[in-house]
Write a protein that binds this ligand. Structure first.
Ligand code: ADP
Ligand code: NA
Length: 349
């Protein structure tokens, strides 16, 4: 059994919030730190995917750079992981086209993501054919094929994703199978899914919604680069309810449950939220005490991230992060070139 190759991508959304960190990025760091010798890890800032929606060039460039500095700041290590911008490896786009030629439109048509992106999540099923023809761009429709190319180009054996991405990974497997079937000698590797049990971090101002970059209310989220005061302030300002006792009841008391979840997520001993609730209740703690404890836990979890982030962006006048970007791009291009040699050979180029 050969060594694992792990691929995952994240959109260049700028500085991540605590939900992105606990839900996705921290898993990457754990995979990196726990990887057995020989494991290859690829983490991509997927800027080609970003342009399926309209972007402003300077903003996209800035957010991509901010995401790079964020990944480095949380502890992804360029000596252990290949960290790169998708657009710096043209083979992602090249393989995407080649896969387009064997991918089934029917399958893509059944996928729901483009529908919800076009119509807004609530109207996913009510979108008219007329709207689709006017608004739907090829890039948005074919997005899963690019995702498949991202994975297959690096011969990923394992792809850590949230449950919502399961369908897309199944499609990537399908793309590999279709290609291998269409071209004698084709041997793209169908990846395995690694569903990561990722917690949903809820908005601090509306615990019925998840924490998101798109909320206009800044107080609803904590950024991984927030300073200590800001973290404590946001947690102190979190919407809870009017009962003062600490109990874990995600249905009835979502705001309180969210704080207990945060406490549990940021607990070095990973004690469950129910256990935290029992512990705090036994000490007659009130919601103020819970907020204090949760604030402390988040501050501890994010300690040093802000400083490292600023350091990466500023050291050598920004040239340092540039060197890391160039090394990542080079390593990713080499990995991709190996797959493309096989692909071009069997296709007939
Ligand atoms: P946003 O919801 O802010 O737009 P993205 O959709 O760009 O974030 O998600 C990037 C990654 O972060 C995904 O893996 C997603 O599952 C994860 N993520 C985003 N928000 C949360 C959250 N509130 N709790 C847990 N994980 C989240
Ligand atoms: Na989102």
């Amino acid at each position: 059994m050969s060594a694992k190759r792990i691929f995952s991508g994240i959109q260049p959304t700028g500085v991540p919030h605590l939900g992105n960190y606990l839900g996705a990025m921290r898993q990457w760091k754990r995979l990196q730190d726990e990887a057995p010798q020989g494991t290859k890890l690829f983490f991509s800032i997927v800027d080609l995917h970003a342009i399926t929606m309209p972007q402003d060039a300077p903003v996209l460039r800035q957010r991509s750079r901010e995401m790079m500095a964020s990944l480095l700041a949380i502890g992804l290590d360029p000596a252990k992981s290949t960290i790169f911008y998708q657009s710096s490896v043209p083979a992602h786009s090249e393989l995407k086209w080649i896969l387009d030629c064997t991918a089934s439109v029917g399958y893509l048509n059944r996928m729901t993501q483009w529908k919800s992106k076009l119509a807004g999540d609530n109207n996913a099923l009510r979108i008219s054919d007329d709207t689709i023809e006017k608004k739907l761009k090829m890039g948005l429709f074919g997005y899963p094929v690019l995702q498949a190319a991202d994975i297959l180009i690096h011969r990923a054996t394992h792809v850590p994703v949230g449950d919502d991405q399961r369908q897309h990974l199944e499609f990537a497997r399908e793309c590999a199978t279709n290609f291998n079937h269409a071209y004698p000698g084709g041997n793209l590797v169908a990846p395995e899914t690694m569903i990561t049990r990722s917690p949903r971090v809820m908005s601090l101002t509306n615990p019925h919604k998840k924490m998101s970059k798109s909320s206009p209310n800044h107080r609803s989220r904590i950024l991984i680069t927030s300073d200590e005061d800001e973290i404590r302030n946001r947690v102190r300002g979190a919407v809870t309810d009017s009962h003062n006792a600490v109990t874990y009841d995600p249905e009835e008391r979502p705001g309180v449950a969210n704080l207990l979840d945060l406490l549990s997520q940021c607990d070095p001993e990973a004690r469950e939220p129910e256990e935290w609730a029992r512990h705090l209740d036994a000490e007659n703690a009130n919601l103020g005490d819970l907020k204090k404890a949760a604030g402390d836990a988040v501050v501890r979890e994010l300690a040093g991230v802000r400083e490292r982030y600023l350091d990466f962006l500023n050291r050598k006048g920004g040239r340092w992060v540039k060197e890391i970007e160039e090394e990542g791009a080079e390593a990713a291009r080499e990995s991709a070139a190996e797959t493309m040699r096989m692909v071009r050979e069997v296709v007939g180029f």
